[in-house]
Design a protein around this ligand. Structure first.
Ligand code: PLP
Length: 453
């Protein structure tokens, strides 16, 4: 077997992205502007329809996909703004799985909330093997202080939102919405919480753009029964990541979207108002963006809150527009690689994520395997041996209670035995669209050799 060098997750950037970026660089407008607004409408149309080729090139205000999604500079910023729109503040509790990346928890901490960590199900979900929360423990953890649950579609596999919606509905009686402090944002927060009347579901879909699931019942939208619904249209609030290692990249970048029940809109809230607050929160609380200020005589602006700076630039959006043109092909190619890995892992008796079932299609983001009868040390040796043979692998994730920042806050990893168990023999194989068929065969051969040794 001739040695190959396989990187873990390089970005797949074609000449299309390069020429679109060049066009923006030459256009005289490189920060947030028309490309970002177009990407927002096109991503919204993808999430709502599953199609990437809907013509959204109409004016911002008239497109049915306007004011539905906000592009930002990361998923972390997107999650934090989701909490700011929801009104998360000190005194609130936010429930987060112990098995995730730090951003799922840190965004709520930045808003002053207390994190309540929840262990995962033993060996993950029964069918997909994804490290999903223990839903009984989740239900027990909801108190009168709980304002949000962060769900994580890890690896691109969509959580069981049927179950999560049922849980928050059953706990409605414990929920007390925030009182308005009469400020414009505080008033929006209060109306959203009153309209929801229950704990909010805030999805961390950093991995799951394009993933979908068929629901029996999606909380508030009965019309969606037994329909295939895409991430972004499932939870109350969602964040996506377009970081360099993700399926869909803008180098760094992310997006927020929301899908609120009619009872919220009945309180006079519109998507336009929500969108406006995301814009304000992401751009210093300034009531005009750079493009609006650039219009003749329109220099003057107000600052309505001392807020954040996390907008997307048109250079990033240019990459995203061309990634979106290619995206359905990219996730199909990932699916082909996954089928090859599935065959090899099944032959070797290695447990792996199931990315496609009759009710769910993942975005095919990560391929997690768990090698039986290995301790942590043995797992690390497999990683080193595979690297020596040229195959880079990774671990998603070391549970948060094992991290310095979270040890004390969580009470330590001993309280999350299923998370530790899931992690201790886990390896993430390379899964990306620069892998050739020969690379995939090589990775399978290396896995076979190292595991058998
Ligand atoms: C599960 C999860 N959530 C959130 C993030 C944060 O994404 P970003 O780097 O775009 O802020 C990541 C990044 O890898 C992630 O894996």
């Amino acid at each position: 077997m001739e040695k190959r060098f396989i990187s873990f997750s390089p970005p797949d950037i074609s000449d299309l992205e390069i020429s679109e970026v060049k066009e923006v660089l030459k256009s005289g407008w490189i920060t947030t502007g028309p490309k970002t607004k177009l990407l927002e409408r096109r991503l919204a149309s993808y999430i709502l329809s599953g199609k990437t080729d809907i013509d959204c090139d109409s004016t911002i205000e008239t497109s049915e996909y306007s004011n539905r999604l906000v592009c930002l500079n990361s998923a972390t910023a997107a999650e934090e703004l989701n909490f700011k729109i929801l009104g998360i503040r000190p005194g609130d509790e936010v429930i987060v799985p112990a098995y995730t990346y730090t951003a799922s928890a840190s965004a709520a901490i930045h808003c002053g909330a207390k994190i309540i960590f929840i262990d995962i199900q033993k060996n993950g979900d029964r069918i997909t093997h994804a490290p999903e929360m223990d839903y009984e423990a989740l239900e027990e953890a909801i108190t009168s202080r709980t304002k949000a649950i962060v769900t994580v579609d890890l690896g691109g596999i969509v959580c069981d939102y049927d179950k999560i919606f049922e849980i928050v509905e059953r706990k409605r009686h414990l929920f007390s919405p925030l009182e308005s402090d009469k400020s414009p944002l505080g008033d929006l927060n209060s109306r959203i919480q009153r309209g929801l009347g229950r704990v909010a579901i805030v999805a961390d879909c950093a991995h799951s753009l394009g993933a979908s699931r068929t629901f029996k019942h999606v909380g508030h939208e009965h019309g969606k029964d037994n329909k295939k619904i895409y991430c972004g249209e499932i939870a109350d609030f969602t964040d996506f990541s377009f970081h360099a290692v993700k399926n869909f990249t803008t180098a760094e970048g992310g997006a927020s979207t929301w899908n609120l029940p009619q009872s919220v809109y009945d309180l006079g809230i519109t998507d336009k108002e929500i969108y406006k607050f995301y814009q304000l929160l992401s751009l210093h609380g300034q009531d005009k963006d750079a493009l609006s200020k650039a219009k003749v005589g329109a220099w003057e602006y107000d600052i309505i809150g001392p807020w954040y700076k996390c907008n997307m630039t048109d250079i990033m959006a240019a990459i995203g527009l061309k990634q979106l043109d290619r995206y359905l092909g990219l996730i199909d190619r990932r699916s082909q690689i996954i089928s090859k890995y599935d065959e090899q892992c099944d032959r070797l008796g290695i447990s792996h994520l199931i990315h496609h079932t009759d009710y769910m299609d993942s975005s095919n983001h990560l391929y997690l395997i768990r090698i039986p009868e290995l301790d942590e040390n043995g797992r690390n040796k497999v990683i080193t041996k595979m690297a020596e043979l040229g195959v880079s692998t990774n671990v998603h994730y070391k549970p948060l209670p094992m991290m310095t920042a979270y040890k004390e806050m969580s009470g330590g990893i001993d309280r999350y035995p299923n998370s530790y168990d899931y992690y201790h023999n886990l390896i993430t194989l390379p899964l990306h669209t620069l892998l050739s068929d020969e690379d995939v065969i090589y990775i399978c051969d290396v896995l076979n050799k190292v595991v058998n040794e």
